[in-house]
Design a protein around this ligand. Structure first.
Ligand code: PLP
Length: 402
């Protein structure tokens, strides 16, 4: 008998489980709109040209080796990542108030940040938007931030933002609570705040002395413009707030499996920042010792070489543009087939995902009858769609709704 004879079967991952079911489906019509990864019009994964060029440079560099990085990773990567998020002329960077450390993509950056907070921040309450990326609900309590609450974010009736509800819930939260904010391209809803609404949230966060923790998994990927997608982060940082930021290069540089990202902790002074960084090392060392080299080296090449940087911006625009075009085409197809209701939200929502408004039962029809794989909350990945499939998808949606 095994020690684990009675171990229960763990639940399949809500998102990765869909890909497994998709793989098993023999139908030639099948479409996978579950997972959040960019696909070309032909449905293939994309390695950016700038990434291939950067990798070539790295391979040809005689000084490149496979030594360990330091505990906080590649220092150039950290500096460039902070610059990308906070802006070249950011007072935070000028005053050396950012402790930026390389971590394992967005997820790892969130986890290191949460463990740091569990050890060095007194308020163990975190507010998450409702809904949010499901992993947020696991990361914080496992790191030791046990009191997880939610604030209203999405309003099903308008398929838009519940701004009043959001403000009310933040105002009701305990003084000093951690508040998780999606920097742009909210996952799963695709609903973002306007700059004016962000200023309202900033005022509430300041009044309640909350600690903002930005999750930035889609900078440049949402609008196609790196600066525009950093608006919220920069608004808060330039207002002088202390905050945390988790950055991921999974989507915007297509480095998904390279696991490259950064955590920044912004404080009030360079002196405090130094000590914060020393404590981040204490979190990282026993967790994964030090981060991997390759992805960070790619990011450094792309961000520090002006011609690669310019090319990256174009490729980003291309990816974001294709997604926006899919929104237009799906919208038109839904109108053509006469799918009930207004579909303006497909156009208004931003980023990789769209919240269709389909119910769990309707999603079941989509999958069982039409071989369209998507999450049960009605979310579809626009990045997984192609022109040739918009009409079929619209027909499926129309049928599922009747
Ligand atoms: N945060 C959000 C909101 C996301 O959507 C994702 C990816 O789907 C992540 C963080 C982290 O992804 P990764 O760990 O691959 O960078």
């Amino acid at each position: 008998q095994s020690i684990w004879q009675a171990i229960p079967q763990g639940p399949p991952d809500a998102i990765l489980g869909i890909s497994e079911a998709f793989k098993k489906d023999p139908s030639p019509k099948k479409i996978n709109l579950g997972v959040g990864a960019y696909r070309t019009e032909e449905g293939k994964p994309l390695v950016l040209n700038v990434v291939k060029k950067a990798e070539q440079k790295i391979i040809n560099d005689p000084n490149e080796n496979k030594e360990y990085l330091g505990i906080t990773g590649n220092p150039k990567f950290n500096a460039l990542s902070a610059q990308l998020a906070f802006g070249e002329h950011s007072p935070v960077i000028r005053e050396a108030r950012n402790a930026t450390v390389q971590c394992l993509s967005g997820t790892g950056s969130l986890r290191v940040g949460a463990e740091f907070l569990a050890q060095h921040y007194t308020v163990h309450t975190v507010l998450l938007p409702s809904p949010t990326w499901a992993n947020h609900h696991k990361i914080f309590p496992l790191a030791g931030i046990k009191d997880v609450r939610t604030y209203r974010y999405y309003k099903p009736s308008t398929r838009g933002l519940d701004f009043e509800g959001m403000i009310e819930d933040l105002q009701r939260a305990p003084e000093g609570a951690i508040v998780l904010l999606h920097a742009c391209a909210h996952n799963p809803t695709g609903v973002d705040l306007t700059p004016e609404q962000w200023r309202g949230i900033l005022r509430t966060v300041q009044q309640k002395r909350m600690l903002p923790f930005f999750d930035s998994a889609y900078q440049g990927f949402a609008s196609g413009d790196l600066e525009r997608d950093a608006t919220a982060i920069r608004l808060f940082a330039d207002a002088g707030l202390e905050l945390l930021l988790a950055q991921s290069y999974a989507k915007n540089m297509g480095l998904y499996g390279e696991r490259v990202g950064a955590l920044s902790v912004i404080t009030k002074s360079a002196d405090v920042t130094k000590r914060v960084e020393s404590q981040l090392k204490q979190v990282i060392r026993p967790m994964f010792s030090n981060p991997p080299r390759h992805g960070a080296a790619i990011v450094v090449e792309v961000l520090s070489d002006p011609s690669l940087y310019a090319e990256w911006r174009e490729e980003l625009k291309g990816m974001a543009g294709r997604i926006m075009q899919m929104r237009q085409e799906l919208f038109r197809a839904l109108q053509q087939v006469g799918a009930p209701g207004s579909w303006n939200h497909i156009l208004d929502q931003i980023g990789m995902f769209s919240f269709t408004g389909l119910t769990k039962e309707q999603v079941r029809v989509m999958t069982d009858k039409w071989h369209v794989y998507m999450t049960f909350d009605g979310r579809i990945s626009m990045a997984g769609l192609s022109s040739s499939k918009c009409h079929y998808l619209a027909e499926a949606i129309n049928d599922a709704m009747r």
